[in-house]
Ligand binder design. Structure first.
Ligand SMILES: *Cc1c(COP(=O)(O)O)cnc(C)c1O
Length: 405
């Protein structure tokens, strides 16, 4: 590549808006972006912090538009940029940023939209660090927040104030899996000139595309399905070019929450198998959900794509049935019994997070000392993530755990 030239995009990946999902998935494999005169099948890792210029004039041009040219890797780097373009195409967004964690994506997106004296309406039980950002951190800067049950539009209406600026959504959330009706809320928010942000980590861009339903900004924990290999922490922000340019120039450049070119390359690699991984683990998950729904030791299964979910119809309307994270309520009297269930599992590892190749479980009781301590989340809840192991192995593991109760 000639110094500081934009690479020619032979693959034509960069304008895939409006294409059918299958087209977009096929373009996940178009990595040969013409950085080199030969054909590098896998994209190069531009492991450089800095870029030099052939002339004073070129240097000046790049300094004026750091997002467009390659100047310094805190701003723009070709390997990271390739990933950004792919994620934007998948989300049907004009542009995207990839940042150092899902929490950074949430924080940068929220900070870009509020100032002192503003009010945010957020769904209750969002991701724990999103709650901390909105409830504790932003309060110090004079931003107020109201948490609402997001299953009914009228709850947003009731929380609306003169100074409301932002509506923060997460559908479904990642512990009790309540949904929000995205088109209805987006339309209502537009009517009141509110900006909407949606955390789309559960569904991934393959399962749900909030921007197409009228949402302004989509955020992801790329650590979960998008990277999918439990080896990189990253976050994604997708939106219009105007909003992304603004976040790039202000929040991202000043707070500096970037990923390295090597991490971008790993995520590009993970992304190639996103459709295969999601299809496989969803299929296994559906078998496991059917098994658990019949099991005498289970009080309840909470999975958006089970007809037993109270918002099943909405889930089928606005999402594709993709996802392998769900919760169970165990039929138990004590935390001790949950401990026995947990300690008996061997394939479902005891851990936070999800979206990797390995199955996991998170007994909510690890966060409390007594069962009376919980409020919105039932004490006997265990969150289950189904990875890529065989269905038979996983079913046997659960049966063993349930027997031990
Ligand atoms: C994990 C997670 C986050 C935070 O992402 P990190 O990459 O861990 O910072 C945000 N939202 C949801 C729904 C998550 O599951």
């Amino acid at each position: 590549m000639k110094r500081n030239q934009k690479p020619a995009t032979k693959a034509g990946f960069f304008n895939k808006k409006g294409k059918e999902p299958d087209d977009i998935i096929n373009h996940l494999f178009e990595d040969s972006v013409g950085y080199l005169s030969g054909e590098s099948i896998s994209p190069p890792i531009f492991q450089t912090s800095n870029f030099g210029f052939s002339s004073f004039a070129e240097f000046k041009k790049a300094l004026k538009n750091e997002k467009k040219y390659y100047l310094y890797t805190r701003g723009n780097n070709p390997t990271v940029e390739l990933l950004r373009k792919k994620l934007a195409a998948l989300e049907k967004a004009e542009d995207a940023l990839v940042v150092s964690s899902g929490s950074a994506a949430v924080a940068l997106a929220v900070l870009s939209q509020v100032k002192q004296g503003d009010h945010i309406i957020c769904v209750e039980k969002p991701y724990s660090w999103t709650y901390t950002l909105l409830h504790n951190f932003l309060r110090k800067y004079g931003v107020e927040v109201t948490f609402v049950n997001g299953t009914q539009l009228k709850n947003f209406e009731k929380a609306l104030r003169k100074n409301t600026k932002l509506v923060y959504l997460e559908t479904p959330n990642s512990i009790t899996f309540e949904l929000q009706d995205l088109p209805a809320i987006a339309q209502w928010a537009k009517h009141h000139q509110l900006v909407t942000i949606c955390d789309n980590s559960y569904a991934s861009p393959l399962g749900q595309q909030p921007i197409a339903m009228g949402i302004d900004i989509v955020v992801h924990s790329g650590t979960k399905y998008i990277n999918g290999h439990s080896d990189v922490v990253c976050g994604v922000i997708c939106s219009s070019r105007t909003i992304i340019d603004k976040i790039f120039r202000h929040e991202m450049m000043t707070l500096g929450a970037i990923i390295s070119p090597l991490e971008a390359w790993l995520i590009l690699r993970g992304l190639r198998t996103l459709p295969l991984r999601m299809a496989h683990s969803t299929k296994t998950c559906q078998e496991i959900v059917s098994f658990l729904e019949q099991h005498p030791k289970i009080e309840k299964v909470i999975y958006p794509f089970s007809p037993s979910h109270p918002q099943y119809n909405l889930a089928m309307k606005q999402m594709k049935p993709l996802g392998s994270l769900f919760s169970i309520l165990l039929k138990v009297h004590s935390i001790k019994q949950i401990e026995r269930f947990s300690n008996t599992l061997s394939y479902f590892k005891r851990a936070v997070s999800w979206g990797g190749y390995e199955s996991l479980h998170f007994p909510y009781a690890v966060t409390i000392n007594k069962k009376e301590e919980t409020d919105k989340i039932p004490w006997n809840l265990v969150r289950i993530y189904v990875g890529l192991e065989s269905a038979k192995t996983l079913l046997q593991d659960l049966e063993k755990g349930l027997t031990a109760i």
